[in-house]
Design a protein around this ligand. Structure first.
Ligand SMILES: Cc1cc2nc3c(=O)[nH]c(=O)nc-3n(C[C@H](O)[C@H](O)[C@H](O)COP(=O)(O)O)c2cc1C
Length: 171
């Protein structure tokens, strides 16, 4: 019995590291998810973002239930998603850092509908109305209905193998 337990927990550990490693090999864009709260703007760096539906226009973001801004983001009626430019890795790091004012020195985009903070200089912006949320494992999946979307020029910041990088078109 004891050895079965050990084998099981060893298996779980192996799966955990293989799972994390596999996820690290999924290259993704990098976003800042942000919302207004009674105590000021809140936000965090997120790669857990994806489109869900075109009609109606829906996206989702995944938020760690233990994240310091989880409750404030979930409580907000609206949230913004800024898809970062390749020049904005320092903003990605700042919005992932604990215990600091993440908005310090960060310029807010003045366009859009003013429903949620958007990061100036991002290559695309989305403003969303909170539509649904689902708790799955240690994250909350927040589904937003897109009320405003805009895309500019520029190249995206990418995240792959726990590092930031740049996108390059194949010839
Ligand atoms: C590249 C990158 C991607 C991240 N993606 C997510 C994500 O999709 N969801 C999430 O909840 N946290 C994500 N995080 C972590 C948060 O940005 C943040 O560090 C975390 O919420 C811890 O904040 P806290 O210490 O204030 O609780 C990511 C961090 C980095 C650097």
């Amino acid at each position: 019995m004891a050895s079965d337990d050990m084998a099981e927990s060893e298996g779980a550990r192996v799966l955990d590291s293989a799972f994390r490693e596999a996820l690290a090999h999924f290259a993704s864009g990098v976003t800042i998810v942000a919302a207004d709260s009674p105590s000021g703007p809140v936000g965090f760096t997120a790669t857990g973002f994806t489109s869900v539906s075109l009609l109606p226009p829906l996206i989702l973001v995944c938020i760690d239930k233990d994240a310091s801004c989880h409750d404030a983001v979930i409580a907000a009626d609206h949230f913004g998603v800024s898809i970062l430019d390749v020049t904005q890795s320092s903003i990605a790091l700042q919005f992932a850092r604990s215990g600091i004012d993440r908005f310090s020195g960060v310029l807010i985009h003045e366009g859009g509908g003013g429903r949620a903070p958007l990061i100036r200089g991002a290559i695309a912006h989305l403003e969303c109305r909170k539509r649904a949320r689902y708790v799955e494992g240690d994250h909350t999946i927040l589904v937003g209905e897109v009320l405003y979307a805009a895309a500019g020029s520029g190249r995206p910041l990418l995240h792959f193998d726990r590092r930031f990088g740049a996108f390059e078109f194949l010839s």
